[in-house]
Write a protein that binds this ligand. Structure first.
Ligand code: ADP
Length: 361
């Protein structure tokens, strides 16, 4: 008898531990989960369940059971009602499943229902928004990439074909075509580098090391690196940032934000211009930056689109200058990685100003 008692106690204890583990699991998982009894009473649920329901519903959600009156989930509710009826028999090793995907308030959800043999049932809500958005972006990028790669590849093909088909071509012309083909290969390699940066940015947030970075030092490095080219174009560089401006972020990405902006000023602003970099404001969370140059500027009608991938204002000129149309898109992605945002403004006296925020940590 005593032995049986100890055995029973042991089982009870194990069951309790198991239950606690299950509850903890419910708390930490990303999905919204709720388990209901055969008469639609809540047995167990997690916070995300009500949170997701609130995002799906137009009206406020007060209780898990509100799910049974939600219009967008009518299909799921019909499935539940049909299968918890007493006349329906479910064998012990059977589970009945039904799932739907819905889009609500620009978010995507998958809702799955599982009915068990005792007519209790589980509802699982997964937020697919990030995955869905990534899928759309991916397919857009893929079709753009194919288009963008085609141009240099067909040019290289044409140059090399000309050399191959004209055996008696004179040396000068031959070198000219080889040089042209080489320039296109360089362009291809630039494109591929930029595309892989963007892909990495979108896919692997954890991929990037986070550390304390002094933005002043970054600008100082960029200033030095570009000094020869700036001298050629007579571009003055005014780094008006405080000597110590620390951001907890990824050094490489922070570098590319400013590098792309400076490179663009060198490539597009023209001669005899000034570059100004300032921190014009800060609050508890963000630094507010202004990057401007006093050069050619960008016509107003293009301003809304310059951050798009592969967008070039004057595609003929940029193509010649070797731009990929990805620079500002990388800058924007890197800023968004640091939870900030960027916009561009035409300056009164010509030139362009980029205003952006970067989260301090
Ligand atoms: P790219 O790789 O071609 O330089 P970006 O995305 O960096 O592409 O820039 C998009 C377009 O915006 C460029 O093609 C250029 O025409 C224009 N642009 C960017 N920065 C400047 C600037 N500082 N002054 C004038 N035009 C600019």
């Amino acid at each position: 008898m005593g032995k049986e008692n100890t055995e029973l106690k042991k089982i009870k204890k194990e069951l309790l531990i198991e239950k606690e583990r299950l509850n903890k699991h419910l708390l930490v998982i990303k999905e919204g989960v709720a388990i209901f009894s055969y008469n639609k009473n809540r047995i167990s649920s997690n916070k995300n369940f009500v949170r997701y329901l609130s995002l799906i519903s137009k009206e406020p959600i007060n209780h898990e059971t509100d799910i049974f009156r939600l219009k967008p989930l009518s299909e799921i509710n019909e499935f539940i009602d049909k299968n918890i009826k007493s006349e329906i028999k479910i064998s012990k090793d059977e589970v009945l499943e039904y799932e739907i995907n819905i889009k609500k308030n620009s978010k995507y959800f998958n809702i799955k229902c599982i009915v068990f043999y005792d007519k209790s049932f589980e509802l699982l809500i997964s937020d697919l928004t990030k995955r869905e958005k990534n899928r759309v972006i991916k397919s857009q990028i893929t079709s753009n990439i194919a288009h963008e790669l085609k141009t240099p590849v067909s040019a290289i093909q044409a140059y090399l074909e000309t050399i191959l088909l004209n055996k008696n071509i004179d040396e000068d012309k031959k070198s000219y075509f080889i040089e042209k083909a080489f320039m296109q290969v360089e362009r291809l390699s630039l494109l591929i580098n930029d595309i892989s940066t963007i892909n990495k940015l979108e896919n692997a947030e954890d991929f990037y090391k986070i550390e304390k970075v002094n933005i002043f030092d970054i600008i100082k490095d960029i200033k030095e690196e570009t000094s020869i080219r700036r001298k050629e174009n007579k571009i003055q560089f005014n780094n008006q940032l405080p000597k110590k401006l620390i951001i907890k972020g990824n050094k490489g990405l922070l570098y590319s934000i400013f590098q792309n902006l400076v490179e663009n000023s060198i490539n597009y602003a023209g001669n005899n211009v000034e570059i100004n970099i300032k921190k014009h404001f800060e609050d508890n969370e963000f630094y507010y930056f202004s990057f401007s140059d006093t050069g050619n500027g960008i016509p107003e009608k293009h301003l809304g689109r310059i951050f798009e991938r592969f967008y070039r204002v004057d595609s003929g000129r940029s193509r010649k200058d070797g731009g990929t149309g990805l620079g500002l898109s990388i800058t924007k992605n890197a800023i968004q990685f640091h939870q900030g945002d960027i916009s561009a403004k035409k300056l009164k006296n010509g030139g362009i100003e980029f205003l952006f925020t970067i989260k301090k940590y």
